[in-house]
Design a protein around this ligand. Structure first.
Ligand code: ADP
Length: 368
């Protein structure tokens, strides 16, 4: 396709089950001629997006993730990362309309289920054509692009089980293959990636970030992901789960299991296993329930990832998706689970741009 066809503004959008991720490319190499020819609306939109960090009631720009001096489709500029709940799509379109979007002829590169669901609304409300891209192709393209442009993108946790000594360490992912990619969004997808265009989806689970948030809201009455994580941070899952020591009375050494370990996903004993007893239920807090929900969902994903890695004979496991946003508890649990259960052969890796790779890959998909 001809590069001229795509006029500015340039967006890449990933409209998921929970969150809509919008990546905006701000050109920084605008020539005087180009500036003169630019319509006022385009300038206003650029100013609005880059000067604010909140849009409407629920849109946020993740300023700490902004990338400067990057090249997209032969142009130099900055990438801006914006997200809002997919349920707010109506308000988002209205806002875009009020900024004059409909007067510009724009094509937006889009992926995720919402690229289909909202296609007509985009066309009708803001005169935008959605150019659709495959979700998994975009995800991988986005990861490779960001990883190449930012040497500090990838990291792992050293000493993940030690409260005091646990710390982030940068990891050089310039020779990434093969790696297992675990995308934890509303649901979970697991991919084996052997090259930029060589990957396969191995499995998935419907018990993902959406399950955590849904169950947590039911059990604690909380209303947002941030609130759920805050509750979990102050809670203790061992008051909710059935542990090895609850069953064996102490360390069950023969199996190599420490007594305080939640046997759950690994031993067939259960998360939430104490909650059948009325007296135990009376003694748990909202915080404990939130923590138990977070640990349950995370360990299940960790267990699936570990099985996939060993079946595929892959040692590096890269975890992405917005479930990991502001969620060090899950990242450390995953880091520990990979390390402990593989006796140190598996490595859990994380990426700073967590949930934005699909949107980035989409932006690059056109003449990418
Ligand atoms: P999807 O593409 O399915 O929307 P994401 O990668 O965006 O997937 O992740 C969605 C998950 O991220 C949610 O299920 C929730 O667990 C978590 N999450 C993180 N931040 C938020 C937020 N501000 N609002 C809702 N969910 C959030």
């Amino acid at each position: 396709q001809d590069q001229q066809v795509m006029s500015m503004p340039w967006f890449g959008m990933d409209i998921g089950g929970s969150l809509a991720k919008l990546v905006y490319f701000e050109p920084k190499d605008i020539t005087p001629d180009e500036a003169n020819a630019e319509v006022e609306t385009l300038k206003n939109i650029r100013r609005y997006l880059t000067k604010n960090s909140a849009y409407g009631k629920t849109g946020h720009r993740d300023i700490h993730l902004q990338m400067d001096n990057v090249e997209v489709r032969g142009r130099k500029g900055s990438l801006h990362f914006i997200r809002f709940p997919t349920s707010e799509m109506g308000n988002f379109l209205e806002l875009a309309k009020s900024k004059g979007m409909a007067t510009l002829v724009t094509t937006v590169c889009a992926t995720g289920g919402g690229a289909y669901k909202f296609e007509d609304a985009f066309q009708r409300e803001v005169n935008m054509n959605l150019m659709k891209f495959d979700e998994l192709d975009s995800l991988i393209r986005g990861i490779l692009y960001i990883e190449t442009n930012d040497p500090k993108e990838c990291y792992y946790f050293a000493d993940p089980t030690s409260e005091n000594q646990c710390h982030k360490v940068p990891y050089d992912l310039s020779n990434p293959y093969p790696f297992l990619l675990v995308n934890i969004g509303s649901g979970v997808s697991v991919l084996a990636v052997h090259g930029p265009n060589t990957y396969k989806r191995i499995t998935g689970t419907s018990l993902g970030g959406g399950t955590f948030l849904g169950l947590c809201c039911l059990l604690t009455g909380c209303n947002t992901f941030e609130e759920a994580i805050e509750l979990a941070t102050g809670g203790d899952n061992t008051r909710v789960d059935k542990l090895v020591k609850d069953i064996y009375g102490g360390d069950y050494e023969k199996m190599g299991l420490p007594g305080d370990l939640v046997a759950s996903s690994f031993m067939g004993v259960c998360s939430f296993g104490q909650m059948n007893a009325k007296d135990k239920r009376a003694n748990v807090s909202r915080e404990d329930l939130a923590r138990a929900t977070l640990v349950t969902i995370t360990n299940n994903i960790g267990s699936i990832a570990r099985m996939c890695a060993s079946n595929e004979k892959i040692n590096n496991v890269v975890f992405v998706g917005n479930f990991l946003r502001v969620n060090p508890i899950s990242m450390k649990l995953l880091a520990h689970a990979m390390d402990y259960w593989s006796k140190g052969t598996l490595k859990a890796l994380f990426l700073e741009h967590e949930g934005y790779f699909g949107a980035v890959g989409c932006l690059l998909g056109f003449n990418g």
